[in-house]
Write a protein that binds this ligand. Structure first.
Ligand code: 3PG
Length: 209
């Protein structure tokens, strides 16, 4: 089943970006995120167990789970096969976009310049990830980049944390903000699901102010 991504993101406002070393963490992680009030999550394809993690988290049912760090059409295919409801990429790749379209799954490519954004628009997309948001100049860059492209939606991600969340979300073109600060490799190493839940709840709370 495909997700109406704009709807999911606009409803969620915060997207935990997860790099999960061990598939054993997937169940408790999904539980902690859902308990903290998260509505969606992005599982990055940066670990060998990512497909299993995605499968387990998607089966949890409380979250709309997508795949992140999808660099190739093959990865997009494997992600969707294990239950990814959307696909996120750090950059814009026509083959990834075409594959997602063929699979009927929404895709959010990363863009860092107006030229990349124009390529994404030309490919028929209207939602992009501004990546890496903070190193690119943060909200100031987002504002300048969004201005010439009315109707384009952004999911800024990269270097964002709880204190910066609300300012990004206040921009009318921002659907949601992504980030790893709610569930880091360190939290997962320690099995600190209570902290993941707490940071998720804090982010959800700040996203509603
Ligand atoms: C991503 O893949 O979207 C980023 O790694 C998330 O960025 P962050 O780790 O700086 O939050």
């Amino acid at each position: 089943p495909t997700a109406d991504l704009a709807c999911v993101l606009a409803g969620a406002r915060v997207m935990p970006v997860l790099t999960v070393p061990s598939p054993a963490s997937a169940g408790p992680l999904a539980e902690a995120l859902a308990a903290g009030g998260a509505r969606c999550a992005e599982v990055t394809f940066r670990t060998p167990g990512a497909e299993q993690v995605l499968k387990t988290m998607a089966a949890h049912g409380g979250l709309t789970v997508g795949a992140g760090t999808v660099l190739t059409a093959g990865q997009a295919e494997r992600a969707v096969a294990v239950g990814a409801r959307f696909v996120v990429s750090p950059g814009f790749d026509e083959e990834v976009v075409a594959k997602c379209r063929e699979l009927g799954v929404p895709v959010v490519p990363g863009i860092a310049t107006a030229t990349e954004l124009m390529r994404a628009l030309k490919a028929g997309l209207d939602t992009v990830k501004l990546f890496p948001a903070e190193p690119l100049g943060g909200l100031r860059t987002l504002r300048a980049l969004a201005a010439p492209f009315p109707g384009t939606h952004f999911v800024p991600t990269g270097g964002i944390d709880a204190p910066r969340l609300a300012a990004y979300l206040a921009h009318p073109a921002v659907l949601a903000v992504g980030g790893s600060w709610m569930a880091t490799a360190d939290h997962l190493d320690r099995g600190d699901y209570a902290e993941i839940r707490r940071l998720t709840a804090e982010a959800v709370d700040r996203s509603m102010t």
